[in-house]
Design a protein around this ligand. Structure first.
Ligand code: BG6
Length: 517
């Protein structure tokens, strides 16, 4: 390493300490009339504009097949921001919206129509003050990603110019199995270099997930015990109380393993379990995540003919959610009455490296569970010798460190304490850190963080092609096995319960229990 390497300031790292502001650019959203644009993208962009994180010349071009014009797009987006912004972000006057909306326009057309892309090229040329920087956002179904990339390529819109950069954000789902994900990567790589591609996974933009890295590597006391010597097992739960809402068609195609586990849970797992990166920057952090995912043992245990000991799938039947009766998955709109699609998954993963050998990682996620809660629970081993067992015959609970991703974001540590009094009695208590009370600041929405990162060219929180493929390589054999053998017991859990009985049995066989967060 030369002296220059040591002292040269890294602009990305320096930027981390200051208020980050995006350079001038134009954001082109494909799929601008869709759900994601109105629920997440526009509220996030408007919030960034309100916080003055965007250049005053920042521009949005919405592109979709809906027969809208710029005026109707702006009206729809104004209504969407009112409906979906978190109150403080939306704490904006009509005047603020009007000044933002003056730089919002819309192009209508079909994604396979070269004329649309010619129109886009000339519109881009005419937009002032972008410094030649263009960010494409593909909020489109996976089947349209290749088409849009190709049309952009043919219209000469994919190359970064000497004056400015061109980048592309691709939404999930990124493929539906290993083969299709590889094909999609190949298609994108025909027109974009890997460093131009930002594969989004909004779980990585959540504050609490970002904080895992800080918690582990900015503190001296946790990392020494973050391994097989001290940790018994880890549970990662992403539970939702909602059902599939109006997304029957998509869910029939996808199922929960594709929708939640292959991406969100794998990303959370990778930050919890990866080795310390050599620097806090995109390439080394992403290297560590890929290393971690590729060191997970193939799911099917040696000699086993099915996945039952490592994976459980479930589907919700009718039941209750927040006190109201709700229909089962098979009664949802656009769902087959005998659908084999899973809405619940529990998995046991083993990581084959020196840090984690022998430590099971239990992952579970489901729709229509009793509540919305996402957390990582690290359960430590019990003390080697339990000297209190004679005086305190009930079982002594092991220490558990819980990272609450949402809601009620925070971190707590459970440990045993003596109950005050002359008797010797023990009881578990909690040391609790809560984001809300400790910082009193509103957390940014994941999409705000991620959009800003993409504009700044910071790829750390985006999935690289090999990470996506590694996660598919792990999950595809299970998907194929499940597809080849339709479940006989669906629906196997009632809406509003913690999933199928088989999920409880599966962890109990290991002498452990799921947490009830
Ligand atoms: C999306 C899934 O990626 O994440 C949805 O497609 C799910 O099915 C959502 O509801 C959960 O995100 P969050 O941020 O509400 O936990």
């Amino acid at each position: 390493m030369t002296t220059t390497d040591v002292i040269a300031p890294n602009p990305l790292r320096a930027g981390l300490r200051m208020q980050r502001t995006a350079p001038p650019c134009v954001l082109v959203i494909f799929g601008a009339s869709g759900d994601l644009t109105k629920r997440k993208l526009m509220p996030a962009i408007f919030a960034l504009a309100q916080m003055q994180r965007l250049a005053p010349t920042f521009h949005v071009i919405g592109v979709a097949s809906s027969d809208w014009d710029s005026e109707s797009f702006r009206n729809n987006m104004k209504a969407a921001i009112k409906e979906f912004s978190i109150p403080d972000d939306a704490g904006s006057s009509d005047a603020a919206w009007e000044s933002f909306a003056a730089r919002v326009q819309y192009l209508s057309g079909k994604f396979d129509d070269p004329e649309l892309f010619q129109k886009l090229a000339s519109t881009l040329k005419a937009v002032p003050g972008t410094a030649g920087n263009v960010l494409f956002y593909l909020a489109v179904p996976p089947s349209a990603i290749g088409t849009v990339a190709e049309q952009l390529g043919r219209a000469g819109l994919t190359e970064s110019s000497p004056q400015g950069w061109t980048r592309i954000i691709v939404e999930k789902p990124f493929g539906r199995d290993l083969q299709s994900a590889r094909a999609l990567n190949r298609e994108l790589h025909q027109f974009f270099k890997e460093e131009q591609i930002f594969r989004i996974d909004h779980y990585l933009g959540k504050e609490t997930v970002r904080n895992v890295v800080v918690f582990r590597f900015a503190n001296g006391i946790f990392e020494p015990i973050w391994n097989r010597r001290y940790i018994d097992h880890v549970q990662i739960t992403v539970a939702e109380s909602i059902g599939i809402e109006a997304r029957g068609k998509y869910y029939e195609e996808a199922g929960l393993l594709r929708d939640m586990v292959q991406n969100h849970l794998m990303q959370v797992l990778s930050v919890v379990a990866m080795e310390a990166p050599v620097r806090f920057e995109g390439p080394p952090v992403r290297d560590e995540k890929v290393k971690l995912i590729t060191s997970i043992r193939q799911l099917l245990p040696a000699g086993a003919s099915n996945y039952d000991s490592v994976a459980v799938r479930g589907q919700y039947g009718p039941g209750f959610s927040n006190g109201e009766s709700v229909v089962g998955y098979r009664q949802e709109a656009n769902v087959a009455p005998d659908s084999p699609r899973e809405t619940f998954v529990a998995l046991k993963l083993m990581i084959e490296n020196w840090r984690w050998a022998g430590v099971p990682f239990y992952l579970r996620s489901g729709k229509r569970l009793p509540k919305r809660v996402s957390e990582v629970a690290i359960r430590f081993k019990s003390p080697p010798f339990l000297m209190f067992q004679d005086v305190f015959p009930e079982s002594i609970e092991a220490n558990v460190l819980v990272i609450r991703i949402q809601p009620d974001e925070g971190i707590s540590l459970r440990f045993e304490a003596k109950v005050p009094g002359t008797d010797m009695r023990l009881r578990p208590v909690k040391m609790d850190f809560q984001y809300g009370t400790s910082f009193g600041e509103q957390q940014p929405e994941a999409y705000e963080t991620l959009l800003l990162d993409a504009m700044l060219g910071d790829s750390m929180l985006f999935a690289r092609y090999d990470m996506v493929e590694a996660a598919w390589a792990l999950t595809t054999p299970l998907l194929e096995a499940w597809e080849a053998k339709p479940p006989r017991d669906f629906p196997n859990y009632a809406a509003g319960t913690w999933g199928p009985e088989a999920a409880d049995e599966f962890i109990r066989r290991d002498g452990r229990e799921w947490r009830r967060p």
